[in-house]
Design a protein around this ligand. Structure first.
Ligand code: SF4
Ligand code: SF4
Ligand code: SF4
Length: 260
């Protein structure tokens, strides 16, 4: 018979992209100091690990499958694949247009791999699909473009497995404290719901689970299930006590898209 139990390990996994200085030791000569870095994920990754250790401690899983996964990336290139994690973070910096006259040199267009910026009679104009990566800003010789205040895009609900799904953004340009507050709010609602459901299970169901030697709590798997079942995208404002609609839908909210 296949052994289903795995050695006990933390029920979470927090990964930063290799551009993070905190990852420099993982790949000598390759980690840290990435030129595309907008925010270094190291400190925030540490805070999230502490939070998950504290909140999930009572939910230790015996299964190698039941891991709540978090990935942080220092820019929209998303090398740590935050789109397929329970929680994902991408650093972004909105492009701002200053009063400095545009030289119409086209350097910003050349710098953008996706051509999300164009030149008009009124100067540069940005597509709604712009990723706020800041490459065009670095290329601009006139100071017409500048970086706005950087922040994190928080994603939730991504997975691979049998039915893959990309995580959905639930906030843009968040600071570290805001990210922590939202993750903890979601975790609290999820774990509270889990406690209630466990209490409602009858003894037979509990004994069956124990016989199968499967821990009834599956933080990683069940967070995603719970998010779906509770129609979380609609309910998160109530869950977190925040009005998220604006940040959920508008990545460009803090970005002036043209001179006009
Ligand atoms: S996600 Fe961005 S900052 Fe991190 S390693 Fe990739 S390119 Fe560099
Ligand atoms: S900030 Fe937007 S327009 Fe500029 S390079 Fe990045 S994706 Fe392209
Ligand atoms: S915005 Fe800057 S990089 Fe773009 S055309 Fe004008 S001067 Fe050149």
């Amino acid at each position: 018979m296949t052994e289903r139990l795995q050695p006990r390990r933390p029920p979470f996994d927090v990964t930063s992209c290799r551009g993070s200085a905190s990852c420099a030791g993982d790949a000598p000569g390759r980690g840290g100091g990435c030129p595309h870095m907008i925010l270094d994920p190291g400190d925030l990754a540490g805070r999230i690990s502490v939070l998950l250790r504290r909140r999930l401690n009572a939910h230790q899983s015996h299964s190698a499958h039941n891991v709540l996964r978090v990935a942080l990336s220092g820019c929209p290139n998303s090398c740590s694949q935050p789109q397929i994690r329970d929680f994902g973070l991408q650093a972004r910096s909105p492009v701002e247009i200053t009063e400095s006259p545009c030289l119409y040199c086209g350097a910003c267009i050349d710098a953008c791999p996706e051509r999300f910026v164009e030149l008009t009679d009124a100067g540069p104009r940005f597509s709604d699909d712009c990723l706020s990566c800041g490459r065009c800003v670095k290329a601009c010789p006139s100071g017409t473009l500048r970086n706005g205040a950087p922040g994190w895009t928080l994603l939730a609900g991504g997975k691979l497995g049998r039915i893959p799904r990309l995580a959905v953004p639930i906030g843009h340009y968040l600071d570290d404290d805001d990210v922590m507050e939202r993750i903890e709010a979601i975790l609290t609602a999820y774990l509270d719901a889990d406690e209630g459901e466990e209490a409602e299970k009858d003894d037979t169901e509990r004994r069956t689970a124990q016989r199968a030697r499967v821990n009834p709590r599956k933080p990683g798997e069940r967070l995603r299930t719970w998010l779906d079942r509770t129609k979380w995208a609609a309910n998160l404002p109530a869950v977190t006590g925040k009005v998220l609609a604006e940040q959920t839908t508008d990545l460009r909210g803090k970005q002036k898209t043209s001179l006009g």
